[in-house]
Design a protein around this ligand. Structure first.
Ligand SMILES: NC(=O)c1ccc[n+]([C@@H]2O[C@H](COP(=O)([O-])OP(=O)(O)OC[C@H]3O[C@@H](n4cnc5c(N)ncnc54)[C@H](OP(=O)(O)O)[C@@H]3O)[C@@H](O)[C@H]2O)c1
Length: 264
């Protein structure tokens, strides 16, 4: 994944994982379109990366939970043929029980983590398919396969990202358009303090730096991994999980109630 005059779009580039993706993609020679709400942070990063790597970096200030801003970005994505990479990174977590979470906070997670990611994928896909070139990197989470009492909505949104990406990979199997889904475990970013669970409360040995996370995820990309678990050493675990998942699906294809569920 190296180029010149090709644009990589990174959502949520104003901090954390997205800011590191912006740096690494600029280092690989991509021009950038950096998206988030905090324009000053985006502009500072864009200027820094232009100076460091001699690329061109533009910013687009957008609240991706808002219809107008999302529509504006969709138009840009669909209309610029230089866009070759979309990193669907912007995401939020509100880690609290459903009963104690205002419904608007649950809906905000769904709007950003699911709706925006889906709409931006729709926006780039026709041109990527037409050119038979392009890459979509979707940032999920290890919570895509694990739910905690405080993560029902967040885990649900990330399970969507995993399944959406897996389906897309099959849809695009006969093309050169790549979809990678990345499942980070705890990563040292602002997400935690905003989520309601302070980063300092986590066992520090379980927390990865954002730089290590992105470098590992891009190494997975370069190695052709469709699903990258940056912090997991034993890839056989995922293979066995995925094989069991397939067998579970196959076992449902009976057309009959399971014997234990037959009315007496
Ligand atoms: N940190 C972890 O432990 C961890 C683990 C697994 C997965 N992830 C995932 O990694 C991704 C990046 O998160 P991070 O950890 O880097 O957290 P972060 O530092 O809080 O970054 C989140 C980014 O999303 C942007 N954002 C938030 N709300 C937005 C909105 N309404 N519209 C547009 N942009 C918005 C933020 O920018 P503005 O505030 O400027 O808009 C920021 O740039 C997320 O999808 C997250 O779910 C993180």
């Amino acid at each position: 994944m190296s180029s010149s005059q090709k644009i990589a779009v990174v959502t949520g580039a104003s901090s954390g994982i997205g800011a590191v993706y912006a740096d690494r993609l600029a280092r690989r020679g991509y021009d950038l379109l950096l998206v988030a709400r905090r324009g000053e942070r985006l502009q500072n990063l864009a200027t820094k990366l232009e100076q460091a790597y001699g690329i061109k970096a533009e910013t687009l200030v957008a609240d991706l939970e808002k219809e107008n801003d999302l529509a504006r970005l969709e138009t840009v994505l669909a209309g610029n043929p230089a866009i070759r990479v979309l990193v669907n990174n912007a995401g939020i977590a509100r880690l609290s029980s459903v009963a104690e979470t205002p419904v608007q906070e649950s809906l905000a997670q769904i709007a950003l983590n699911i709706t925006a990611l889906t709409r931006l994928t729709h926006a780039v896909l026709p041109a990527f398919k037409e050119r038979n070139e392009g890459a979509i990197i979707n940032i999920a989470s290890v919570l895509a396969v694990h739910a905690l009492p405080v993560s029902s909505v967040y885990s649900g949104t990330k399970a969507f990202v995993l399944n959406f990406s897996r389906g897309l990979q099959q849809e695009l199997a006969s093309t050169d358009v790549r979809v990678q889904v990345v499942l980070p475990a705890a990563t040292a970013t602002d997400l935690w303090d905003i989520s309601g669970v302070p980063l300092a409360a986590l066992p520090q040995e379980t927390v990865m730096s954002a730089e290590h996370l992105v470098d590992a995820a891009l190494a997975g990309f370069d190695q052709g991994e469709p699903v990258t678990w940056p912090s997991m050493a034993d890839t056989g675990l995922w293979e066995r999980y995925d094989t069991a998942r397939s067998a579970l699906f196959a076992a449902t294809q009976t057309g009959q109630p399971a014997p234990r569920l037959l009315a007496l």
